[in-house]
Write a protein that binds this ligand. Structure first.
Ligand SMILES: *[C@@H]1O[C@H](CO)[C@@H](O)[C@H](O)[C@H]1NC(C)=O
Ligand SMILES: *[C@@H]1O[C@H](CO)[C@@H](O)[C@H](O)[C@H]1NC(C)=O
Ligand SMILES: *[C@@H]1O[C@H](CO)[C@@H](O)[C@H](O)[C@H]1NC(C)=O
Ligand SMILES: *[C@@H]1O[C@H](CO)[C@@H](O)[C@H](O)[C@H]1NC(C)=O
Ligand SMILES: [Ca+2]
Ligand SMILES: [Ca+2]
Length: 495
């Protein structure tokens, strides 16, 4: 007996390890089309004509972190109850708003509009947005008229976990009826009688509970509709050939003169982590949660965890190379690093902390050095501040309470009431990518070998070509922070 349990445990362990699970990166937008397939033709004797002709209430739902809006065997929330009984989604929309704003377990509301949908109507272009942290979709619509019958999607992920890529399209073609467990009645036109005590959400089948659906001739309930999600923002996949060096020059601009509001002593940028990668990888991105490594860079300027995270993604298809630099003093400091790009690994991402600060950083998210006309010559970007969403705090200070629940990464805008807000649209640093010499004229077929080759070259090249100016050279961010804090302490004692 014990042996069996162990065997099962071991088996689960192995199968878990075996089935590779990837997270999809960044944000994906979909257009959802709902096709109603509920009529006296498709559901003879299971389609109402009185007191009104059968139809769907406006479709309401959300993109979610994990918990769906409704679940089989669970009580319906007040919002789902209201939709199922009356089609009114006001309370459900409040529940979704609460999940978006305070619980942070939902990302965006989904709504088909405010019009009821006839049984055979198609509603196109319903906007759906999912992110790395909120890849699931859950939807509800009332089967009207009915006591408390509804349909929708309990929970579906738009991320293909075996490839780590957002689905190009995803169709759900079996949509069954459910009973919210809140109102009694076996027929579409049953009088309004609350179920006391309220029951649980159960699927309606031809046999149970007794409903109009039992009069269907078919052995199973034909689908009530179809939902099709079609991706809107597919990545552009430029292909540039060969392998090139680029110089990445990061120049600090942040100063008392440019950002006078609370300009801190010991102002600097923490060591940069730079990665070259394909569209399949993201170091960080707008509207997604910071990884532990990005959180550490943003909060304390320590680059070690992020460096290891990127190293773990250094495998065919994802990351090609990872580089780090020393810290950069500001204003006037700079650091210059030679990086390599090739074929599909044409994107560059980097990050550095605005230090000291709660969790503010500047960086580049997946900039593609391969353009429509081949490898770009030279590109300069102005870097503006971001908030990692992991630590509270409105001043340039290191020690603050954690943001609970954790938020997503967002641009700091001039509307922010923090010290940084007043000048959030003034450049903190610039980064310039300049194309250097061609390394080899590789072809895509050689991708795997070139990745391996780059590793060795990098080890020697990066060290040699990374130049960091002045006082900040070689100081780790923590040390910088500790030094500033100790200085403060000394001054504190002296005064
Ligand atoms: C619904 O369809 C059935 C047969 O499919 C038919 O007998 C019945 O008259 C129809 N009802 C209405 C109201 O059209
Ligand atoms: C429905 O939406 C339209 C536009 O989106 C709006 O003008 C109208 O007032 C809404 N109607 C109701 C009843 O909410
Ligand atoms: C998910 O990705 C795998 C591996 O790339 C692919 O074979 C499969 O067809 C994908 N599934 C869907 C539903 O797109
Ligand atoms: C600040 O910059 C953002 C992004 O570049 C821009 O959308 C916004 O309009 C700017 N706001 C102001 C007040 O300049
Ligand atoms: Ca019921
Ligand atoms: Ca913050």
């Amino acid at each position: 007996m014990v042996g069996t349990v162990w065997l099962v445990a071991l088996f689960s362990l192995f199968s878990a390890a075996y089935s590779a699970k990837y997270e999809c990166q960044g944000v994906a937008q979909y257009g959802l089309t709902f096709y109603g397939m509920w009529s006296n033709m498709t559901h003879p004797n299971a389609f109402p004509f009185t007191p009104k002709i059968g139809r769907f209430s406006p479709l309401v739902g959300a993109s979610l972190r994990s918990d769906p809006l409704w679940m089989s065997g669970m009580p319906a929330s007040q919002g789902v109850k209201n939709v199922a009984e009356t089609g009114n989604s006001a309370v459900l929309e409040q529940e979704i708003m609460q999940r978006i704003m305070s619980a942070k377990t939902a990302w965006k509301q989904i709504k088909s509009g405010n019009m009821t949908i006839s049984g055979t109507e198609s509603v196109m272009n319903i906007e759906v947005e999912v992110t790395k942290d909120f890849p699931y979709v859950s939807l509800v619509t009332m089967l009207a008229p009915s006591p408390d019958w509804f349909t929708g999607i309990m929970k579906v992920s738009l991320c293909n976990a075996s490839s780590g890529m957002w689905m190009d399209s995803w169709t759900i073609d079996d949509i069954q009826p459910w009973d919210a467990g809140t109102d009694d009645g076996a027929t579409f036109d049953a009088a309004n009688t609350a179920t006391t005590p309220p029951g649980y959400i159960t699927q309606i089948t031809r046999n149970a509970p007794p409903t109009n659906f039992m009069y269907l001739a078919a052995s199973a309930i034909p689908t009530l509709g179809k939902m099709m999600f079609v991706r809107q923002n597919k990545p552009t996949m430029n292909q540039c050939s060969g392998m090139y060096y680029y110089t990445v020059k990061f120049e600090a601009k942040w100063s008392q003169a440019t950002h006078p509001n609370g300009f801190p002593s010991g102002a600097h940028f923490s060591p940069l982590v730079i990665a070259t990668h394909s569209y399949k990888y993201k170091m960080w991105s707008d509207m997604t949660r910071a990884s532990p490594g990005v959180k550490e860079v943003a909060e304390i300027g320590a680059e070690g965890t992020l460096y290891s995270e990127v190293m773990m993604m250094k495998k065919p298809g994802f990351v090609s190379n990872v580089y780090k630099t020393g810290a950069v003093s500001t204003p006037g400091g700079y650091t210059s690093t030679k990086i390599m790009v090739q074929n599909m690994y044409s994107m560059v991402s980097l990050i550095t902390m605005i230090a000291p600060s709660p969790d503010w950083f500047v960086g580049v998210d997946s900039y593609d050095l391969c353009g429509m006309n081949g490898w770009k010559e030279t590109v300069t970007m102005d870097l503006l501040p971001w908030d990692a969403g992991t630590e509270n705090g409105l001043t340039y200070s290191l020690d603050n309470a954690a943001t609970m629940p954790v938020d997503v990464i967002m641009r700091i805008t001039p509307n922010s009431n923090s010290e940084i807000g007043a000048h959030a649209n003034i450049t903190f640093a610039t980064v310039t990518f300049t194309r250097g010499e061609m390394i080899t004229a590789t072809t895509t077929a050689r991708t795997t070998t070139t990745v391996r080759a780059t590793t060795t070259v990098r080890a020697t090249t990066t060290e040699r070509t990374t130049t960091t100016d002045s006082s900040a050279r070689g100081l780790s961010a923590d040390l910088f922070a500790i030094l500033s804090v100790s200085l403060l302490a000394i001054f504190g004692v002296l005064y």
